[in-house]
Design a protein around this ligand. Structure first.
Ligand SMILES: [Zn+2]
Length: 479
């Protein structure tokens, strides 16, 4: 029986105790991969390298790059053939500064060359198959090793340890996975994954009518932290606040990732939990990561991979993020175009936390999530427009044609015509005075196939305005 049949058809029909048993079984298996000897060793190393100087970091990365490029050239057919055709050899890449000599690897390259990206010297039994549905719904297949999974988890736990949370701490994980069947009408709206010390709460059950039971459950336990997508934890905070419910034993920290945290989400989650909110940025392909330090600045997790920023347009501080991963020998991703953009801190500036790894001011999300104004500016973030819009529950900006946008909005009870006028004024003030604004009031905002919330959705038809992320990209060599 295939795993998907089990997950999609059998699991939802099981009684709750058997669903918990299934979560336990899954958790036990996952715990072995995530938290074995490799994890322990990696975490020790990460705690040690955390305070390295810029020179030490550079030497480490240069050595890693030389090793990675040689490995890819000797063992990975895709890289060998592509680089050979460009007359590139491992000797050309001696340091981090040489990376731009190598071509960019797009998602489409990975889709079309999945088998040829597998390293021939890694035993098949070491490969774990992974796929991501991505925000566009186009599947991406790849492989990781168990050692790479453990390395990734060590990076994530180092982030949590910066805020005083130790491995093994009990937590509530807010997930888009359907661990609680969608049609369930009575509690429990959660399942236990005890081997990983977590309770799983699904976004589908964080509704106004069920929120009472959910908060009662959270109050009956002692969770040291919450983790999950910011948009899901935001739903919890919103519904509970509206119902006048409070957390009796709030978590010490809330760790988010996978989506951009928007200002209004941060405001509501902070107010409801009173906890420290800390974010990390990564991709499911396990090749690059950046995590908040106690100053809430994103630092590249330089031991895990290199993040490069490639200019999108002259004058635009946001750069396209390329990742080169050090963890996954089985399926190396070199200069992989993740499809997100970020703004780096100027070279040479230092963070008050004392870490010397490169820092990002912000991560702006997907490259193609932007609105084009009549003036030609690309706007990726609208959250400052809604900073004071207290009667707005959730909002998504959609652009279907040039010159106008649709504000898709879920209202709070107090919302009225004055709010609408104020939002229009703010958009004209901050975004463009010539942009036509339409309002569409909805009960909820639909998530992407992978459960992610997109704050800005571009549906422009013209191909030259569309994203380059999913389109085939011509050979790019920046020599
Ligand atoms: Zn810092």
């Amino acid at each position: 029986m295939s795993e998907s049949v089990l997950v999609e058809q059998i699991y939802p029909r099981l009684p709750v105790f058997l669903q918990n048993a299934a979560c336990w079984y899954y958790g036990k298996k996952e715990a072995r991969t995530r938290f074995g000897n490799v994890f322990e060793q990696r975490l020790r190393e990460l705690m040690d390298s955390e305070r390295w100087s810029a020179a030490e970091i550079e030497a480490y990365q240069n050595q890693k790059i030389r090793h990675l490029v040689r490995h890819a050239y000797e063992n990975v057919p895709y890289y060998r053939e592509r680089w050979k055709s460009l007359r590139l050899s491992p000797e050309d890449i001696r340091s981090r500064g040489d990376l731009p000599k190598l071509p960019v690897l797009t998602k489409e390259d990975v889709r079309q060359n999945c088998d040829r990206l597998v390293a021939q010297n890694v035993p098949r039994r070491d490969l774990v198959f992974r796929h991501t549905s991505g925000t566009t719904g186009k599947a991406l297949h790849f492989y990781v090793t168990k050692a790479a999974i453990a390395f990734q988890w060590a990076v994530w736990w180092r982030h949590r340890m910066r805020f005083g949370i130790e491995p093994g701490a009990w937590h509530a994980n807010f997930t888009g996975k359907k661990v609680v069947p969608l049609d369930q009408r009575t509690p429990p709206y959660w399942r236990w994954n005890r081997p990983l010390h977590q309770a799983l709460l699904t976004m589908h059950h964080l509704t106004a009518e069920k929120i009472g039971s959910v908060i009662e459950f959270l109050n009956s336990q002692r969770f040291e932290f919450y983790s999950g997508y910011p948009s899901i934890i935001h739903m919890l905070a919103l519904h509970a606040s509206e119902a006048g419910l409070v957390l009796n034993s709030p978590p010490r920290a809330v760790f988010t990732g996978a989506e951009n945290m928007l200002d209004f989400q941060r405001r509501d989650i902070q107010k409801f939990t009173g906890a420290i909110l800390s974010d990390q940025y990564g991709c499911s392909e396990s090749c690059g990561n950046a995590s908040h330090c106690p100053e809430f600045v994103y630092h590249e997790d330089f031991e895990f991979g290199i993040m490069e920023g490639v200019e999108l347009q002259p004058g635009n501080p946001a750069r396209s993020i390329l990742c080169t991963g050090f963890a996954n020998d089985a399926f190396p991703l070199i200069r992989y175009e993740v499809g997100d953009t970020g703004v780096w801190q100027e070279a040479g500036s230092s963070c008050p936390c004392g870490r010397s790894s490169r820092a990002l001011l912000r991560i702006e999300g997907r490259e193609d999530d932007y609105v084009i104004t009549p003036e030609g500016t690309r706007i990726m973030r609208f959250d400052y427009v809604f900073k004071d819009a207290m009667n707005v529950k959730e909002v998504q900006i959609v652009q279907e044609q040039l010159g106008e946008i649709t504000v898709r909005l879920v209202r709070r009870p107090g919302y009225n015509a004055g709010d609408e006028a104020e939002i229009s004024r703010e958009i004209q003030r901050w975004i463009s005075p010539r942009l036509a604004v339409r309002f569409e009031y909805v009960e909820e905002i639909e998530r992407q196939p992978n459960g992610k919330f997109r704050a800005v959705l571009s549906q422009l038809k013209s191909p030259q305005l569309k994203s380059k992320t999913d389109a085939p990209v011509a050979e790019q060599v920046n020599r």
